[in-house]
Design a protein around this ligand. Structure first.
Ligand SMILES: [Zn+2]
Length: 473
């Protein structure tokens, strides 16, 4: 990249940042503040909204209020009294739990739409080659971009499947980005990208993080897990054993390609499937493997856009759900999926399942919405905390403005959300009772600054790696 381009990017970033702040009082970004001073956790009363609680016992409530106090859902119902609470007008808004994203290689956010059109420029060679040139600051820049996009799109929880921990400071950089954004997340610790399966991950660092986790958890918003490479070697099995000893949740990619079918059966036969474990993709599954997942209470993360884009095949969400497997939806990597749009992910899943089944009613919009909220939360083991607007749970919620040109009328809310809504319609996002997006604007991150830093880091690491986009001079 030329110096001229750098300067242009800096200027553009500055203009964008100034535009984003125009009309708003100046507030320092959270890079300059301790995480504990993130936006106040005030008492709120969302008044007169259409509330999709995603709690099966309550269902939807039209013209209803949501009372948020001390970071938790205090009450949901009509005509609530909450003297002293800040009132948020819910007229024309849908209110629902924030989306639960279940597997995302956040560090690849700097490689958005960079997988090319030939074998040697495909996703794996691209991400592995550039990934080995990452430094810890790149992890931080990628994390802030991904968290900003997530919050902007209504994702209140993400699972950072970090398979580029090249040294302890890489994990630290990724964690710092999540902390500053105020998002709820699981950070799954993995290997450096491109590393041999003959070496374990940095188990000493994993144990050190686990022991001192209260310092990293951002008041309980962040948890730790293992990004497992599967039963490839004695070293990867050691990773599995240590994670189990520490009581950390384990997540693994399996049965992605037709050629890797049978991987889940092998895990089952070796006794490596355990309750609460997560299997990613599971595109090529036998009925026996689906039964093994269900009977071992192993959950599956489905990533339709990466599975389709890279040619794994069609997701089998409907078969998994019908087989009693808890399914969550995921972004995987914006290198392939392009963006982190959970509305698009939901729509893709419904359309794929109905199209494959040649059945208009195969997977309903309501069921897909459950996968993106309460079932996603179940699949990550956090459904006692979030995933539905149930009194006592933490207040992770989003408000959708139905007065947008692509929505306009309140027809069937679940269908509207799955078929019509877009990230731009996300007006307000609350995580743990803190407002992190209000009136379409993020409060914890300065988007102009985050975008500028990510663009810079992306160009720099591509330059260091010698990687050039094949069709660009
Ligand atoms: Zn993945």
């Amino acid at each position: 990249m030329s110096a001229t381009l750098w300067n242009r990017r800096e200027v553009l970033g500055g203009v964008l940042a100034a535009g984003a702040l125009a009309g708003a009082p100046f507030r320092p970004t959270f890079a300059q503040q301790p995480a504990s001073s993130m936006t106040d956790r005030r008492e709120f009363l969302i008044r007169n909204a259409y509330v999709l609680t995603m709690d099966a016992a309550v269902g939807d409530l039209a013209g209803a209020d949501v009372h948020v106090r001390a970071g938790a859902i205090a009450a949901v119902g009509r005509g609530l009294a909450a003297p002293g609470a800040e009132v948020i007008d819910g007229a024309g808004k849908l209110v629902l739990p924030g989306f639960v994203e279940t597997h995302w290689h956040v560090w690849t956010a700097l490689l958005r739409s960079l997988a090319g059109d030939r074998q040697e420029h495909g996703y794996f060679p691209t991400s592995r080659t550039i990934g080995t040139f990452y430094d810890a600051d790149d992890m931080y820049a990628a994390g802030r971009l991904a968290a900003a996009e997530a919050i902007s799109s209504g994702i209140t929880f993400l699972h950072d499947w970090c398979h580029n921990v090249r040294a302890p400071e890489y994990a630290a950089g990724a964690l710092r980005a999540l902390q500053e954004s105020g998002i709820r997340a699981r950070f799954s610790y993995g290997s450096p990208t491109g590393a041999s399966n003959d070496a374990s991950i940095d188990l000493r660092d994993l144990e050190r993080l686990h022991e001192g986790w209260s310092e990293h958890s951002n008041g309980g918003l962040l948890t730790l897990g293992l990004a497992w490479r599967g039963a490839a070697s004695a070293a990867t099995l050691r990773d599995y054993d240590v994670a189990k000893e520490l009581g950390l949740p384990i997540s693994v990619h399996a049965n992605n390609y037709e050629s890797s079918a049978g991987g889940i059966q092998q895990l089952a036969d070796r006794g490596l499937l355990a309750p609460g474990m997560q299997v990613i993709h599971a595109v090529w599954c036998t009925p026996e493997e689906i039964r093994a997942l269900a009977s071992n209470r192993v959950n599956v993360s489905v990533s339709p856009y990466s599975e389709l884009r890279i040619g794994f095949g069609f997701p089998i969400a409907a078969e998994l759900v019908a087989g009693g497997v808890t399914v969550g939806l995921s972004v995987d990597t914006t290198t392939l999926s392009g963006n982190a749009d959970m509305f698009a992910i939901m729509k893709a899943i419904q359309n794929i399942e109905n199209g494959r089944a040649r059945n208009e009613f195969k997977l309903t919009a309501r069921r897909v919405l459950e996968l993106a909220t309460i079932d996603g939360a179940r699949s990550m083991g956090i459904d006692a905390t979030v995933g539905s607007l149930t009194p006592g749970k933490r207040a992770d919620l989003i408000m959708i403005d139905t007065r947008a040109v692509n929505l306009a009328m309140l027809t069937e809310p679940a269908h509207l959300l799955v078929e019509a809504a877009q990230p731009a319609n996300v007006d307000t996002v609350m995580i743990d009772g803190r407002v992190v997006k209000r009136a379409g604007r993020l409060t914890t991150l300065d988007v102009g600054e985050v975008v500028d830093a990510a663009a810079r880091a992306s160009a720099n690491v591509r330059q260091r790696s010698g990687w050039t986009w094949p069709s660009r001079p």
